[in-house]
Design a protein around this ligand. Structure first.
Ligand code: PEP
Ligand code: MN
Length: 296
């Protein structure tokens, strides 16, 4: 771990705050609550998600358009059509959008539409992708590999940082174990450790950890209680109809209730829960990441 000189906490760099857009941050006192479907399916779906979540204490949207599916015969994502849908709801509701990048060849296109580029678990050690994302002008949400040690996770972040991008958000999303009742094992010990040893924001994905919607709200609460800087949760207007990860998707009402229920826990750990963004902000001018203040 000694060689992770950019990622590990130092007296000079006790905490990094990452800006998702000009107002939404993660790593400061405000928690980051992200909601949205596993995959972008169509415009009506994302419209329903964005219009409902924009009235809740949710600060960003998620939705995959390039999906890493176990089977090559399953839905692989809408690609650029999905990016346009994401950008459209972002511009109309003012919520930054997060989507996964699976290949170097997708970086430029995704960066033109999305606010945050996600590296999925299956790509956490795709070192060429990590190096290329070091050159990207967008924040990176780096998910922990399915069976990655904490040290491997930190070194993956170090790849991105050492290639020029300081805006990395770590995401614990559960690790493989022997038990099949839950999809993965949510490693809150890793969250506590990463908060102690790194200066990067750390968020938790209880959806892919649990794999079952009824487990998600309490795991999300535990994540905030143990010091996570935010959560990223899958939800859908019709959870049972989700084209991917249906079993773990919350309904929009459940997502809103979950976000609201975090308030007393946030308060107990000295954090703040951002209020709802104004919906229907009209044609927001295209945000430029270049104009952001340097990250300290
Ligand atoms: C996802 O966020 O939809 C996803 C595929 O997550 P992970 O890479 O953690 O499995
Ligand atoms: Mn998913």
């Amino acid at each position: 771990m000694q060689k992770a000189k950019l990622t590990l906490k130092t007296p000079a760099q006790p905490q990094t705050i990452v800006y998702l857009n000009e107002t939404v941050t993660v790593g400061g006192s405000d928690l980051l609550i992200v909601g949205g479907p596993c995959a972008v399916e169509n415009g009506a779906q994302m419209e329903a998600v964005a219009s409902r979540l924009a009235t809740a204490p949710v600060q960003a949207l998620r939705g995959g358009v390039y999906k890493p599916r176990t089977s090559p015969y399953d839905f692989q994502g809408l690609g650029v059509e999905g990016l346009k849908i994401l950008a459209s709801v972002r511009d109309r509701y003012g919520l930054p959008v997060i989507t996964e990048v699976m290949a170097i060849s997708q970086i430029e296109e995704i960066a033109a539409y999305a606010d945050v580029l996600q590296v999925g678990s299956r790509n956490m050690q795709n070192f060429d992708l990590l190096k290329a994302l070091g050159q990207a002008n967008k924040p990176i949400l780096l998910k922990r590999g399915l069976a990655a040690t904490i040290e491997e996770f930190v070194m993956a972040a170090e790849y991105i940082m050492s290639h020029g991008n300081p805006n990395v958000i770590l995401c614990e999303r559960g690790i493989r174990s022997f038990d099949t009742y839950t999809r993965n094992v949510l490693d809150l010990g890793a969250v506590v450790a990463l908060k102690q040893i790194t200066h990067l924001p750390v968020i938790v994905d209880p959806s892919h950890a649990a794999g079952k919607r009824e487990l998600v709200p309490n795991l999300a609460k535990a994540a905030i209680a143990c010091g996570a800087d935010g959560i990223i949760v899958e939800c859908h207007p019709e959870p049972e109809q989700s084209v991917s990860d249906a079993r773990q998707a919350l309904s929009l009402e459940e997502m809103v209730n979950l976000a609201r229920s975090l308030e007393p826990i946030a308060q107990a750990v000295g954090r703040t829960l951002g209020s709802a963004t104004l919906s229907g902000t009209g044609n927001m001018s295209r945000f430029s990441y270049d104009l952001l203040p340097a990250i300290s």
